[in-house]
Design a protein around this ligand. Structure first.
Ligand code: ADP
Length: 267
């Protein structure tokens, strides 16, 4: 067990170095401010789960025989969950860099929106447990040609944000329609919304809206990944605020293959 943990930690450290290299390559000497914000952000996001892993592993090492079985299991679960979180963060960072540099092309296949959404909602179940979700898709939506892995990651990030920024028990709505040969998918929440001046900038890598002096917790990566992935698949993503009440709306415009378009669009 301890060897496995040590391996995990070594792997994490190796990856941290890798991320450091990526960061240098990406930004060069461009902006010191951005660079230090980026390093603070990355260090924070890597350190938080790593600290939890080290804490749990250390307790297990020092008190293994004294701990009741349930306690050991909890600590192990912490190690597993936090390793996964770390891994997801790094995978996201690497994915985005690869897509941005053109090293990875999306792997397009034909998929149905309701199925992709269903898969993501199942995956995001725990995350959305405190919120109400409502999905209303009209009948007969066209099939899409997207990379299912990238598309589901985008949906996941948007739902993750909605759950993170909108209060518990509030409603997250997912709606879709076709318009001008595109499928328009919207995710709306009932949170604070996004300051008008930041609606475009929230898609920048590591950008987070300032609240007072305090940058909100998070990675600033989620929306940059969404835009990178959606653009790579030939679509667009934009943010607005709701007009009827407070809340953010994220709008995805997705290309519909010509042979999958609704009859009325073709006529
Ligand atoms: P993160 O959420 O990890 O900080 P993102 O790239 O996902 O990074 O989001 C960038 C910023 O956009 C967030 O820090 C937050 O300020 C703002 N934001 C994103 N989604 C929402 C939302 N649904 N409601 C309000 N603000 C949001």
């Amino acid at each position: 067990l301890f060897d496995a943990l040590a391996d995990q930690a070594a792997l994490a450290i190796e990856r941290i170095q890798l991320v450091g290299d990526l960061d240098k390559a990406k930004l060069g000497a461009e902006a010191d401010r951005l660079r230090s914000a980026l390093l603070t952000s990355i260090s924070h996001d890597l350190r938080t789960p790593l600290a939890a892993i080290m804490g749990a592993a250390g307790t297990l090492r020092d008190y293994f025989t004294a701990l009741p079985e349930a306690g050991r299991r909890d600590l192990l679960l912490t190690v597993v969950d936090e390793s996964e979180r770390l891994n997801r963060f790094i995978a996201n960072l690497l994915d985005m860099t690869r897509i941005e540099s053109g090293a990875t092309a999306p792997n397009l296949s034909t998929l149905a929106l309701d199925e992709a959404l269903g898969a993501v909602l199942r995956r995001a179940g725990k995350l959305l447990a405190q919120h109400r979700t409502e999905v209303s898709l009209p009948e007969g939506l066209p099939m899409l040609r997207l990379d299912p892995v990238l598309f589901e990651q985008v949906l996941f990030n948007l739902l993750d944000n909605a759950a993170k920024y909108a209060p518990a028990q509030s409603l997250i709505r997912i709606t879709a329609r076709t318009e001008g040969g595109q499928l328009i998918l919207q995710i709306q929440d009932e949170g604070p919304g996004i300051p008008e001046a930041d609606l475009e900038r929230v898609f920048d890598i590591f950008y987070r809206v300032l609240k007072g002096d305090q940058v909100q917790a998070g990675t600033g990566l989620g929306l940059a990944i969404c835009r990178g992935f959606i653009t790579a698949m030939g679509g667009t993503i934009t943010a607005q605020n709701r007009r009827d009440r407070s809340g953010a709306v994220f709008t995805l415009r997705l290309p519909v293959p010509v042979d999958a378009r609704l009859p009325e669009v073709d006529e």
